[in-house]
Design a protein around this ligand. Structure first.
Ligand code: AMP
Length: 187
């Protein structure tokens, strides 16, 4: 299956992506993780991305799209994938469709994990204490949530228009959310 996981920062996408990827034996591809690995490794890509990430802004589409195209074309995603954190705006969603058409395939489903702003803000602040991510400070969290509302939320409407959107409630226990997710995917 080819799946996109949508939802605000702090909705639990990364955690749930791991469970679903194991269940379906497909790679979970997180653009945020790839960027962080490049920042940590001091690559050119990392240097280009870091300033945007530290401010809570989106990394420009040309950089992000090229990275995703490379990753989806590298063979391990040939039999399916789960994208976490991409697409982040409608232009990226259109670009993903183009990439998949170039690979003679298409997206099966987009799952949106919903959670309200207060819930995700408190989750992100507690994650900040545990993981120490440089973009989990209060100001940057606020900006990431604004960017989500203005740029990323419209991506759901794009997939709804295509008839492939399913929404699940991201509040409650991790295991409850996983059960909703598996149900939404039909596994
Ligand atoms: P995440 O781990 O998904 O919260 O992503 C962390 C940061 O990486 C974001 O705040 C952006 O700066 C950057 N990023 C991740 N995915 C994308 C994307 N699809 N487009 C642009 N920037 C992204």
């Amino acid at each position: 299956m080819r799946i996109v996981l949508l939802g605000p920062p702090g909705a639990g996408k990364g955690t749930q992506a791991q469970f679903l990827s194991e269940r379906l034996s497909i790679p979970a591809i997180s653009t945020g993780d790839i960027f962080r690995a490049n920042v940590g490794g001091g690559t050119d890509l990392g240097r280009q991305a870091q300033a945007f990430m530290d401010k809570g802004e989106l990394v420009p589409d040309d950089i992000t799209n090229a990275m995703v195209r490379d990753r989806l074309g590298d063979g391990s995603a040939a039999n399916g994938f789960l994208l976490d954190g991409y697409p982040r705006n409608p232009d990226q969603a259109v670009e993903l469709d183009t990439m998949l058409a170039d690979f003679d395939t298409h997206l099966d489903v987009a799952i949106e994990i919903t959670a309200d702003v207060e819930e995700v803000t408190s989750r992100l602040l507690s994650r900040a204490e545990i993981e120490g991510r440089s973009d989990d400070t209060e100001d940057v969290i606020r900006r990431r949530l604004e960017v989500y509302a203005t740029e990323t939320a419209p991506v759901s409407a794009y997939y709804e228009g295509r008839g492939v959107l399913r929404q699940i409630d991201g509040t409650g226990d991790i295991t409850e959310v996983t059960a909703r997710l598996f149900h939404a995917v039909g596994v």
